[in-house]
Structure formats: structure tokens, C-alpha cells
Design a protein around this ligand. Sequence first.
Ligand SMILES: [Zn+2]
Ligand SMILES: [Zn+2]
Length: 212
Amino acid sequence: MARRSRRLAGEGHDLRPFIINLNIKLETIKHDYLVSSLENTKLRQELKMQEDIFGRELAFLDAQIKTVEIERDFDAKWLGIEMKRLQKMIDDVKSWTSLMKEKVPEAVKKEQELGKSLQAEYKSLIKENVKEAVERNGEAFSWQTCSICVTKYSTEQEHTPRILDCGHTLCLGCCRNFVKGKKLTCPFDRQEIALEGNIKNITINRYVLNFC
Ligand SMILES: [Zn+2]
Ligand SMILES: [Zn+2]
């Protein structure tokens, strides 16, 4: 090359600036190549990193999906069991209700009938006892008779014994004679008793009535 340069120089052409220029260009290209190859490597690394991240995220998502699927299956199973359980409860309540609808009125009716027959038996026993006692005494007991009108109490409305708030008893017919406005004055102790609604609402003295 040196010889050739000399020869070329001898021909009067100075090629050195041209060569220097070429060398500079070459260096620039080398540098650019190096930079670009470095950048390439960097890009590749980044790409690899991104791929890794992406891969991990994909795996994570996959796992998530599987978990959700498992949970969904579990939920579906649990829901199925729960629904069956609730349905059974509803069925039980329904059948129990229909059974009760059938049985309760029957039982209540039986109880009422028993109560009625016991009450009737009790009343007839008492009446018999009282009747015997009256026959022995020759006259009715004083408490069987209204002290005002001296009439025997009976189930006939006007002769039913009525107990006042003061505790005294007299027949409904007599009660009417002691009413003034909304008040009834007890003939035995002059206590004023407020009437609530109809005079017929004064409580019947069933204890006395049972013995009449
Ligand atoms: Zn009376
Ligand atoms: Zn009284």
C-alpha cells in the first residue's frame, strides 16, 4: 500500500485526504453498527423481558381463570345443595301446614266438645245438689234470688244475675231501674258505676247462674 501510495503520489494525485475521509466514514459506520448492534441487544433483552413478564402474566391469568372456574363449580354445587335444602324446608312447611289445617280444627272441635260436655255435667251436678239442698230447706237460697225484686235468677235475659263493679249482684231488669244517664247507682252501697255502652254488657254473674 505504501508503495502504491507513493506511486499514486508520484503520479501527482494526493489521495490521503480521500483515504482519511474514507477511514472516518468507516469509523462512523463501525460506530453506528456497534451502537445499532448494542441497541439491538438492548431491544432483544427488553423483548425477552417483556416476553417473560407477559408469560408470567399469562400464567397468572390462567391460574386465576382456573380458580374462578373451580369457585364457580363449587358455588354451583353449593347453590344446588342449598336450593335443595331450602326446597325441602318449604316442602316440609307446606306439608306441615296442610297437616295442621286438617288436624287443628279437628283437635279444637274435640276440645270444645269435651269442654261443653264437662261443663254440662258440672252444671247438672251442681243443680242437682242445690235442688236437694233447696228441697231440704223448703225454699231457695237467698243468693239464688235477686234481693230487689225477689225473683229467682234464670237464663231468661231480664232475670240473669249481673255483677256490678262494686261486687254486688242483681238482675238485669232491676239494673235498669238504677240507671241515670251513663251511670248506674248500686242500690246496696250507692256507688256510682260508669256504664260502658249498653246495659246488657254488664257482666253476667255466671257463678251464681250456675247454681240456679
Ligand atoms: Zn231483680
Ligand atoms: Zn254495690
